[in-house]
Design a protein around this ligand. Structure first.
Ligand code: DQA
Length: 145
């Protein structure tokens, strides 16, 4: 089973970026911890991708068609703006879980809207790094059914 973990814009700045909101872990810390976590599942391979560019994320989702079984995505700011990423997820029809480190519902009003969530099997928010592990677990169970 292959799960692709996509992180959107400014998440390459984790560790530096607003630590009071996003914590002190870098994206590499999160990816390494997730890679270790994935070892507890049989036959699970993770791939990681980060981009600050909407079209590149759309390309990556399209390239996943017939190659990737599940997607974990933190679309970051594109959550609240991107019809293109939502359409790409719908187009490839790959089970996808949306993750946010912070609780987007308890922040500014514009963060309460997600264009991506309606195309996902679940949205996980406000759990910090743990949200990614929960998303992988949820997808693994969903795909193992
Ligand atoms: C985020 C929340 C978004 O609103 C924000 O633009 C991000 C990070 C999160 O993980 O909490 O860049 O997706």
């Amino acid at each position: 089973m292959k799960i692709l973990v996509i992180n959107g814009p400014n998440l390459n700045m984790l560790g530096i970026r607003e630590p009071e909101i996003y914590g002190h872990l870098t994206l590499s810390d999160i990816e390494n911890n997730l890679r270790n976590f994935a070892k507890s599942f049989d036959n699970l391979e993770l791939e990681f991708y980060q981009s600050n560019h909407e079209g590149d994320i759309v390309d990556k989702i399209q390239e996943s068609y017939k190659k990737i079984d599940g997607i974990v995505i933190n679309p970051a700011a594109y959550t609240h703006t991107s019809v293109a990423i939502a359409d790409a997820i719908a187009a490839v029809d790959i089970p996808t879980v949306e993750v946010h480190i912070s609780d987007i519902n308890s922040r500014e009003d514009f963060r309460k809207i997600s264009y991506i969530a309606p195309k996902c099997i679940s949205q996980i928010k406000g759990l910090g790094e743990k949200g990614y592990a929960n998303a992988v677990t949820l997808l693994y169970k969903h795909l193992s059914k």
